[in-house]
Design a protein around this ligand. Sequence first.
Ligand SMILES: NC(=O)c1ccc[n+]([C@@H]2O[C@H](COP(=O)([O-])OP(=O)(O)OC[C@H]3O[C@@H](n4cnc5c(N)ncnc54)[C@H](O)[C@@H]3O)[C@@H](O)[C@H]2O)c1
Length: 419
Amino acid sequence: MDYKMGYRVKDIRLAEQGRKQLEWAQMHMPTLMGIKKELAASKPFKGRRIVMMLHITKETGVLARTVQAAGARIALVAGNPLSTQDDVAAELAKEGIMVYAWRGQDESAYYENMRKALEIKPEIIMDDGADMHAMVHQEYRNLKIIGGTEETTTGIVRLKAMEVEKVLRYPVIAVNNAYTKYLFDNRYGTGQSGLDGIIRATNIMISGKVAVVAGYGWVGKGVAMRLKGHGARVIVTEVDPFKALEAVMDGFEVKRMSQAAGEADLFVTATGDKNVVTYSHMKMMKEGAIMANVGHFDVEIDVKTLRSRARSERELRSHLREFKLENGTRIYLLSEGRLTNLDAAEGHPSEVMDLSFANQVLGALHILKNHGKLENKVYNPPPETDERIARIKLEAMGIEIDALTNEQKEYLSQWRYGT
Ligand SMILES: NC(=O)c1ccc[n+]([C@@H]2O[C@H](COP(=O)([O-])OP(=O)(O)OC[C@H]3O[C@@H](n4cnc5c(N)ncnc54)[C@H](O)[C@@H]3O)[C@@H](O)[C@H]2O)c1
């Protein structure tokens, strides 16, 4: 593989298969397709250079096609070494997008590909996890970037830290903070694709198992809900008293990880935090316990210590490794501790990414239209955009909702009426 063709993918001959995958995704992404039609006519991104660093799935392919149809020149790289769908990457490369990504790329290729993408001198950066935002801030300070978008919770945490330190050099739209993103993608998307990954990697029966979900944020809620739906007894671990209380009221047991570690068959981390499952927890686990992560980075389960301390390690099935601990217990890790829903399964269903990626493209458009007016801050997506996306989605689903009457609007805007 080399870069001389203007792309670097696993095998360009996979393009036809990728084209079919994209066709299937497009059928389930009516919101984004509607926006694409509109932008293909007006071409607001004409001549603009955009670097996209996202999980290269068929849904991201539909987003890339949309931004391309709106006139942009795109370089696309993977937001995770294990999440690229090589057939989709091949088709996008054929369609003239500069794709530098393949499934299983190592860490040095991950960074080399990022650098290659930056050669187009982007004006806008669309990121997932903020690795690209961090790289341009640290090493590419001469680039004239007018702004960016950020897909996920973890990326926003990093960008907010940059804002607080006053080092953020351009405005960023926090796509994750749209209602039409986190309420659906994080919760229902990961709820489904997280379980899909666990089931594809293990084919275990969820029903009757004891499962621990670490973190009861939007992602954790979705995963806990779906595990419960499959018949698991779910224990939640939290550090936030409100979320812990919410989990209790939703009918889950809440415990410390150290209390739950010896009890569960399955552990799923969804915190965005590090060392949530430590090696001391692992030593308490039952024979056959399985650990999976759906949080953004591979630091939630302490894989490093596990690797250094385990007596032996082997791959037993795709996406599933067995570790024999010093005490003789065998425990199992999915997807190397990386996002299992994107490694062992295909990521979120198209229907939900339809909402998230409508926010990505409209977020980038907001950056472009308001260039010069925005400060170097992390902004929530404009509420009118968020509402527009929800309405288009409902319409595409054939669902009509009521509208406030003038009398109701008046009633809801005053304080004098009472009993
Ligand atoms: N797998 C995916 O496709 C996908 C999709 C969306 C978001 N994410 C990622 O998932 C992670 C969680 O996202 P979210 O939107 O649910 O965030 P969130 O902020 O809503 O929730 C995270 C929760 O974890 C809790 N937490 C933090 N440290 C903890 C610890 N040590 N033990 C127990 N709980 C702890 C927090 O109190 C919080 O309630 C992030 O890394 C995000 O980027 C992944």
